[in-house]
Design a protein around this ligand. Structure first.
Ligand code: ATP
Ligand code: MG
Length: 149
């Protein structure tokens, strides 16, 4: 079962506002799956989100590093963000060998996952699904769904 929590459109000029609205809606969740075609804007949105959360380390595309780890501060505590790209992961065994389960099990960390659909069975419930669809060259539609079954 999926519930739609939010649907908004944004451009690069308004992405900060989109990220703000997004985070107000989902800050109590821990695991996020970003879906959308190549070039839809998953990494771009996650970078803006990491900037909004004031991560200390540099944020880049994790396409070559499967798991990128960043630190950020929340309620006076240093917390971890795992930004993952499962594009090259084909099954659960590969995912487990890459150490993905440990990141998902870490209750103190937030996980942002691109291409989670490759091994969707690994995603712990509930998780937030974020669909990004280009509706023009500059405008993206963001749909936020709660996946709890
Ligand atoms: N509103 C927008 N939001 C995000 N990206 C945009 C927007 N408008 C234009 N773009 C451009 O679209 C591209 C999105 O690329 P990005 O790497 O974020 O995609 P991706 O979904 O992570 O792709 P991949 O599946 O290859 O990882 C960038 O070149 C970005 O500048
Ligand atoms: Mg990407």
């Amino acid at each position: 079962m999926a519930n739609t929590l939010l649907q908004i459109s944004y451009s690069l000029a308004t992405i900060e506002n989109a990220v703000h609205q997004f985070w107000q809606c989902v800050y109590q969740y821990r695991v996020f799956a970003f879906s959308g075609n190549m070039g839809a804007g998953k990494t771009t949105f996650i970078q803006a989100l990491c900037h909004y959360l004031k991560v200390v380390d540099h944020v880049s595309s994790p396409t070559f590093a499967l798991i990128n780890e960043y630190g950020f501060e929340q309620d006076g505590l240093v917390k971890t963000i795992y930004h993952m790209d499962w594009y090259r992961i084909r099954d659960a065994e590969e995912a487990i060998n890459a150490g993905i389960e440990d990141t998902l099990d870490n209750q103190q960390a937030i996980c942002f996952v691109e291409w989670a659909e490759n091994v969707l069975e690994l995603m712990p419930r509930p998780y937030i699904q974020v669909e990004i669809i280009p509706i023009s060259k500059e405008v993206r539609q963001l749909t936020v769904l709660l996946q709890n079954v």
